[in-house]
Design a binder for this molecule. Structure first.
Ligand SMILES: C[S@@+](CC[C@H](N)C(=O)[O-])C[C@H]1O[C@@H](n2cnc3c(N)ncnc32)[C@H](O)[C@@H]1O
Ligand SMILES: [Zn+2]
Length: 305
């Protein structure tokens, strides 16, 4: 087992192996990155993060760190593609989902969490506001293009390319987290502390109903309850809050919206073309904000040795 000496916010800590590092992460309460190869702690150098085994990960020009290993990729560019991320940024920047962002941060827990993880952060629109309500915020996404865009635009947060299915993060090291329209695999539960809050946002039954009707004719309602059934073990439901508001969309907004959702490429091209040629449209945005809590009795899982 390797003995590791590293500096945490000015505090010099000596630890043995990954297990001890996880305990330190818990006590000191910092965002704890671990090596995706050997699961020992990573410490920050001037231009890279490295572990005691000598695995090293460069800090990109934009300030993010890529901890996604080639063998963890199921495709060359996993996650959302650049075009869809650019469309998402365009749409979100026009403020259409601002009521959701405000409702979300208003429901973040008090007292202010120390470490917050946003899983599937995309280009960082929601993550960026979380920093007003938590001390340390980490945005993580499997799509490098998304993390790149987020890090380029928003300072003061830790931005990481990684898979939520195998997080390069110490167990029990976050006292809160979120997933907006993104997955929640079991590893997310591992990195949360007991009693930590997890906020999950999903589309409500009639989200963008008139847009979907225009694309498909008949539509099946979204099933926000299904998320609860598909969540990993160790989480209990605390509350569910519906959030809905009217959207007045102009042609450019509609185009961005179609490019950022999975709906459009499932629709017939001629239906999509008609919608893209529409100059104005009013529809309803409808979401459910699920607040969940990591159960106290859920076993403590340590990664590494
Ligand atoms: C619909 S987008 C939502 C992005 C952002 N939360 C937002 O609402 O603007 C879903 C995001 O989850 C990411 N994602 C999908 N699978 C993932 C995984 N296994 N690990 C991390 N991120 C993942 C995608 O790359 C994409 O950025
Ligand atoms: Zn390593």
């Amino acid at each position: 087992m390797n003995r590791v000496r590293y500096n945490l916010m000015g505090l010099e800590v000596h630890v043995k192996g990954a297990y001890h590092a996880e305990l330190v992460g818990k006590v000191v309460g910092i965002l704890m990155l671990i090596c995706p190869v050997c699961r020992n702690p990573l410490s920050r150098g001037r231009a890279s993060w490295s572990c005691a085994q000598g695995h090293s990960f460069d800090i990109a020009r934009e300030g993010y760190i890529n901890l996604l290993l080639v063998q963890q990729k199921k495709s060359r560019h996993p996650g959302d593609g650049r075009d869809s991320l650019v469309a998402r940024r365009q749409f979100l920047q026009s403020g259409h989902y601002e009521p959701l962002r405000q409702a979300f941060v208003a429901m973040m827990p008090t007292p202010r969490p120390q470490n917050w993880l946003d899983v599937g952060c995309g280009e960082g629109y929601y993550t960026s506001l979380m920093l007003d309500h938590a001390d340390n915020v980490m945005g993580l996404d499997i799509a490098k293009a998304g993390v790149q865009m987020a890090a380029h635009r928003y300072a003061g947060m830790t931005w990481v390319v990684a898979s939520a299915a195998a997080l390069p993060l110490a167990s029990n090291s976050f006292d809160g987290g979120s997933s907006l329209f993104a997955p929640v695999p079991p590893d997310v539960v591992r990195v949360l502390r007991h009693g930590a809050t997890l906020m999950v946002v999903t589309p409500d039954a009639d989200h963008l109903l008139s847009v979907r009707q225009a694309l498909f004719g008949e539509v099946r309602p979204h099933q926000p309850q299904r998320i609860l059934q598909s969540l990993p073990e160790g989480l209990e439901a605390v509350s569910q809050t519906p959030i809905s508001f009217e959207l007045k969309l102009q042609q450019a907004d509609l185009k961005s919206l179609l490019a950022m959702t999975p709906y459009a490429w499932k629709a017939k091209p001629e239906r999509r073309a008609i919608l893209e040629a529409t100059l104005n449209m009013t529809t309803q945005a409808a979401f459910v904000l699920h607040v969940l809590r990591k159960q106290d009795e859920f076993p403590v899982i340590m990664t590494g040795d």
